[in-house]
Design a protein around this ligand. Structure first.
Ligand SMILES: Cc1cc2nc3c(=O)[nH]c(=O)nc-3n(C[C@H](O)[C@H](O)[C@H](O)COP(=O)(O)OP(=O)(O)OC[C@H]3O[C@@H](n4cnc5c(N)ncnc54)[C@H](O)[C@@H]3O)c2cc1C
Length: 566
């Protein structure tokens, strides 16, 4: 069904010897929390690091993170409690070792940020002089935040400053990584990661395709929100890393698990700006068009129930009330305090003349976080030798089938630091002699011209409608057919930078999006149960007897294989 996707090894034809060449010890693809932290760790171990970002470095999911970062830093809190909350949220799919690693090492990674100048919000009465708040699924107020609701920006700025201060890290912005290079010469369709290793990447730098030879490569390319019409993610989140890793033969896991955020601003024409969970943590209510506070009907934790529960409850309440959205009610909270605690949100609602003291804030769920990703071990190593994955591009097993708010920044820091250090050490033992004599041909397409923007927008709509918060076998199967059909005439194209100039990246993004949509949809179709973020209306119950397992992918598989939980 998906031959067009599974047979494609590289997106472009190339002869390595004819392209501009770059050499580095460690290549980091992505400049969000995970990539930046990995680069710092690799440089600390003595490696020369090249870090690429697709847009400018301030355009990442990290930059937009609001609510905060979870860390056990208070004597009344405990590592056991953070582990227990994370595992409970993960609905049976968490990897316990990954959870314990992040919870144990995370606090150190956070305190390090303070040393590097991060300005988290303060409370002199609290340990470390820091202010903490609570978020859904956390049984303790352990969430640090900065400038109220601009935690991601502060974290990113701190890490960027630190990276810029390291001479051995070179940052190249607006450099689009197209594909991971592997040394094996496996023909299309028989990619076998056992015999191959990752030796770098092809990337578009200053309008030219470059070969970047690297002794170790760290994929830190972030999430996949743009696969769905409604999303909190910025434009860069087109799952390029997931698709590159699949084409290169690395294993991916839990691709059906996509987290939808319950509360994004719902104003026609405006982007789906996220309204942080911390607003509910501070006491906001969810009410329907009749002013009814409905969350108590769905979960004992009401507004602070896990995200998947809140998202589905909102969808159900929208259905019940025959309306397009529900509301966040903050009218009972002291206005000045609210504006001080959530300055970004206050500015946002001001733009739409919503007075939080008197008006309700219209909200709707949207795609938010890609839980599935490139399967890694505890150091971020993937199944493909020489390749690491960190942050949202990876699947470490921390989040299981559902992510707790504020755990992903912590994961990015922890695994970024681990992978960066390990990659730098590995680079010292590298035995591959660069440059390699690689070349690859792609037969020219005989099919018609393509309206990339139109296919992209149709794909995002169908994914939102059929592979979103509520899924059914029938709709998923229909979506698979649609993706397979589009793939046949999108995947045979070669988007040529020479002919297309800057527009070429939109074509590559579409090819990546189709690839990852096929994986998500097929995995969701295969998992005939409901668990965590994955909800099947035709299989509404969790089925531990058959489905307490991961679904694992590796090219050229068309359907995932079950992987038992250790
Ligand atoms: C609105 C919003 C609010 C959030 N709030 C929180 C929160 O409060 N707490 C929390 O823990 N998490 C939060 N999250 C989730 C969290 O921000 C992300 O999971 C995390 O920042 C991901 O970090 P990352 O380094 O993996 O990826 P990103 O930060 O997304 O960085 C990805 C990088 O990869 C680069 N890239 C992508 N493709 C390519 C390519 N082809 N070539 C070259 N470079 C490429 C991009 O340019 C970018 O530099 C939020 C997310 C959003 C969108």
């Amino acid at each position: 069904m998906f031959e067009a996707l599974t047979q494609r090894r590289y997106l472009i034809p190339f002869k390595a010897a004819r392209l501009a060449q770059q050499f580095t010890d460690v290549l980091v693809i992505g400049g969000g929390v995970a990539g930046l932290r990995a680069a710092i760790a690799a440089a600390h171990e003595g490696a020369e690091v090249l870090l690429l970002t697709k847009d400018t470095i301030d355009e990442s999911n990290t930059w937009y993170a609001q609510g905060g970062i979870a860390a056990v830093l208070q004597p009344m809190d405990s590592l056991e409690s953070h582990v227990a909350d994370t595992v409970a949220g993960g609905a049976g799919l968490c990897d316990r070792a990954a959870v314990e690693t992040v919870v144990r090492e995370g606090p150190q990674r956070v305190l390090e940020l303070l040393d590097w100048g991060a300005n988290f919000d303060k409370d002199a009465a609290k340990p470390h002089g820091l202010a903490f708040t609570r978020e859904g699924g956390h049984s303790f107020a352990r969430i640090l935040h900065a400038y109220g609701d601009a935690t991601g920006r502060e974290l990113a700025q701190t890490l960027i400053r630190t990276v810029r201060g390291r001479e051995s890290i070179r940052v190249v912005e607006r450099a689009f990584a197209i594909d991971l290079l592997t040394d094996g010469d496996a023909p299309a369709g028989v990619a076998s990661s056992a015999a191959q290793r990752c030796v770098g990447a092809l990337a578009l730098v200053n309008g030219h395709v470059n070969v970047i030879w690297s002794k170790r490569t760290i994929l830190a390319s972030g999430g996949a929100g743009q696969l769905f019409r409604e999303t909190t993610n910025p434009k860069i989140a087109t799952a390029d890393g997931h698709a590159m890793a699949y084409r290169a033969g690395a294993a991916l896991q839990d691709m059906e698990m996509v987290q939808f955020h319950p509360t994004t601003l719902y104003v026609a024409g405006a982007s789906r700006a996220l309204i942080t969970e911390a607003v509910r943590g501070e006491g906001a209510y969810l009410v329907d068009r009749n002013g009814y506070r409905f969350m108590k009907d769905y979960h004992e934790m009401a507004e602070l129930a896990p995200r998947d529960v809140v998202s589905r409850a909102i969808v159900e309440q929208i259905r019940k009330t025959h309306f397009t959205h529900v509301y966040l009610d903050v009218r009972h909270l002291p206005t000045a305090q609210f504006r001080e605690r959530f300055p970004q949100l206050a500015r946002l609602v001001d733009q739409f003349e919503i007075d939080v003291a008197e008006d309700l804030i219209p909200i709707h769920p949207a795609a938010h976080y890609m839980i599935g990703g490139v399967d890694t071990d505890l150091t971020g190593r993937t199944s493909l030798a020489g390749l690491y994955a960190v942050g949202e591009a990876s699947c470490t097993g921390l989040h299981g089938a559902n992510r707790l708010g504020s755990n992903s920044l912590l994961e990015g820091l922890t695994y970024g630091a681990r992978a960066g250090a390990d990659a730098a050490r590995g680079a010292k033992e590298n035995h591959v002699r660069f440059p390699l004599n690689l070349d690859h041909r792609v037969p020219p397409s005989e099919k018609t011209e393509l309206d990339v923007a139109d296919v992209k927008s149709s794909l995002r709509s169908v994914m939102w409608r059929n592979v979103g918060i509520e899924r059914s076998g029938e709709r998923l199967d229909e979506t698979r057919e649609i993706i397979a059909f589009w793939s046949r005439y999108v995947m045979d194209k070669v988007f040529d930078p020479g002919a297309l100039g800057a527009g070429v990246t939109a074509g590559w993004e579409l090819q990546n999006m189709l690839t990852v949509c096929a994986l998500i949809t097929t995995a969701a179709y295969t998992r005939t149960e409901s668990r965590g973020a994955h909800h099947r209306t035709d299989y509404p119950a969790r089925d531990d007897a058959h489905w307490r397992l991961h679904l694992l992918w590796r090219r050229p598989m068309e359907t995932p294989i079950p992987e038992p939980i250790e």
